[in-house]
Design a protein. Sequence first.
Length: 533
Amino acid sequence: MRTPPRNSRLTFAVFLLCALLSSCSAPDKPPASTDNLRRGLGGEPFTLDPAGAADAFTTQVVRDLYEGLTRESPSGAAIPGIASSWDIDATGTQYTFHIRANAHWSNGKPLRAADFVTAWRRVVDPKQDSAVADNLRLIRGAAAIISGKATPDTLGVAAPADDVLVVTLERPAPYLPEVLTHSAAFPIYSEKSARAHDPAESVTNGPYVLSHWQNGGSIKLKKNAAYWDAANVHIATIDYEFASDETSQYARYRADQLDVTDNVPMSAIPDFQKDRARELVTAPYLATAYYGFNLAARPLANNVKLRQALSMAIDRKRLVASFGFGEPPAYGFIPPGVWNYQQQSLPWKDLSDEARIAEAQRLYREAGYSSQSPLRLRVLYNSNVVIKRTAIMIASMWKETLGIDTELTEQEFRAFLVTRHDKTQWDVARFSWVADFDDASNFLDILRSNSSNNDEGYANPAYDALLDAAARTADPAARSHLLESAEKMALDDYPITPLYHFVSKRLVKPYITGVQPTPLDHVPSSALTIQPH
């Protein structure tokens, strides 16, 4: 939770207490201005560079600052963005995008097709170490470049004219327009501007531009007058207030210091469901929370029985019952509702609790551990009330079922993003994956042996081969079968253990209109309006 200014600590504490008591009524005053939106953000962005936007908090802000060739409709479909239209050749492997004549950078200079070429080559360049490079893997040459076997200038993207971008794929991918809504495909003005935290140096092409960044506190954006669709952007400024503590956001919302939150504490549900249901906005979306196992070192490396025992000892139904939002327990990595895909599950999903626990205990003993020689684990997670409660509950389950001693390490989100890559500091880490586009490959690709998102260190050539075969397969049914086989293989290897699938939840003041979460839980600020009272 962000420490409030010194002169407001007492006031903040009063608001926090009021928010937690059901007898307190919410002020819900009309907005002071219809020109400024105050949004809660559950963590501080790691960067504003599209090439580094690998987490939900960073992506939320970056999507307000930049726009790609395509953008998302509320239903999740790809619609024209910086490209007014596109053509596909007969092979389905070459797309020609037509850049809008009125597309400009925030400094007023025209946006050119070459700006996309520069940005995409930068993303796939191994020197950049971009966590979102895999999203461009379907472009010809990208896989070889990412693995260091080819140079970035061999990427299958060209700008024959300032307003024409030609993209050549390795094989047909009808979902390419959806992929290009992701930040990995955003253009950049220059590497310096993309990395800038200073508004004077930041140049973007989306609905908003950077106005101010207070480290640890907030980010302020202002409307980009040079944006091609500026006439349909109705709010002049956006304040993103960082608050990893759900209770903190809720208190600010009840005190009329926030107009929109990005999470809701469980304690608030009864009051809002009963009296203010209109303000509670929930929706299923394509995301999974999971624990990743460190496969680079003992005790979990080369011990699949131990990893399976840890997974089986977790009572997922009891876990999600503590949340209260209807999150489904996860027995597979890919969530329900993904296009052209049959959900896969761990084979013991339907065992009784007694049988599940007995099998976990048997595997634990066979892995070489007992009450006399217990396992000790270090679990890493980022600061968040639900995530912390989950970690405590799972540690308790492991203790009571298997006798495991667990050391919990909680870190502020930006620190966690660094530590997660250092496998000397954890045995188990709490991760989540929110889909970048609606396709099973987007989940499964992060477990490729050479993926920048593969923090576990999972390396199975047979798994990679199945994904490669799926990528070469145009027939939807055959492709889905290959992807389903890949997920089943990964579930059998236990590099991760799925915990639960997500439900998005936020509080929205009655005077805010336009909040329609997409299947990927995106709510662009440019789609919102503040109604005057």
